[in-house]
Write a protein that binds this ligand. Structure first.
Ligand code: GS8
Length: 217
């Protein structure tokens, strides 16, 4: 039975899971959830994620939410097929993948998400971007990326010389960031830029990016 993902192709957290599906070459069905109609706050969706946020996964009688927990489950369940995203045969490499997944979640995401929200989402909601939030977040993201620049001087990818779930988790938000003037925060750092060009050109993500459109951009 195919995995069922409830979400929206344009959403960053849904795209994170879709990219993982493509890397693993697993069968899935994307069940659209209409955020603009507030479907994610209605009882049928709340039964899948009581926090009312997309995406949610159904695999038989198992229901999961939180995109990073979903990708970890999929990468583990299908460790024998497709690209190995978690280095399951090497304990030390697997631990480094987990370290850099935590970094994305706790350092990178809190800095980048407000920039994408202010520059791409707020205008769609008829609000003007708040420049003070953008400036503070760009500064915060720059400090995180200074650490990435140093790290990527020694290794090709974040966890080592292998692409992993740690890199994959960065794709959706960075993809949207690169469509804004704040892209300079990546462009100014040569190793970060080369890493971005490398990970965003993988066929699995290119397929997903085709569906990532915010207001036609
Ligand atoms: C965040 C989910 C989330 O923010 C995860 O799955 O990784 N930590 C969770 N989902 C957003 C769309 S992300 O582009 C969402 O559902 N927003 C609508 C809302 O919060 O009402």
């Amino acid at each position: 039975m195919a995995l069922k993902l409830y979400g929206s192709a344009m959403s960053t957290c849904t795209s994170r899971v879709l990219t993982c599906f493509h890397e693993k070459s697993v069968d899935f069905e994307l069940v659209p959830v209409d955020l603009f109609a507030g479907e994610h706050k209605q009882p049928p969706f709340l039964a899948r994620n009581p926090f009312g946020q997309i995406p949610a996964l159904e695999d038989g009688d198992l229901t999961l939410f939180e995109s990073r927990a979903i990708t970890s489950y999929v990468a583990e369940k299908f460790k024998g097929t497709g690209y190995d995203l978690i280095r399951h045969e090497n304990l030390k490499e697997a631990a480094l993948v987990k370290v850099w997944m935590e970094v994305e979640s706790h350092q990178y995401n809190p800095a980048i998400a407000p920039i994408v929200y202010q520059l791409l989402v707020a205008p769609l909601q008829g609000k003007s971007p708040d420049q003070s939030i953008i400036d503070a977040s760009v500064e915060k993201l720059g400090k995180v990326l200074d650490i990435y620049e140093a790290r990527l001087t020694g290794t090709r990818y974040l966890a080592g010389d292998f692409y992993s779930l740690a890199d994959l988790h960065h794709l959706p938000y960075t993809y949207y960031l690169m469509k804004t003037p704040a892209a300079s925060v990546v462009d100014e750092r040569p190793h970060v830029k080369a890493w971005w060009e490398d990970i965003s050109s993988r066929p699995a993500f290119k397929k997903v990016a085709e569906g990532m459109k915010f207001g036609g951009k």
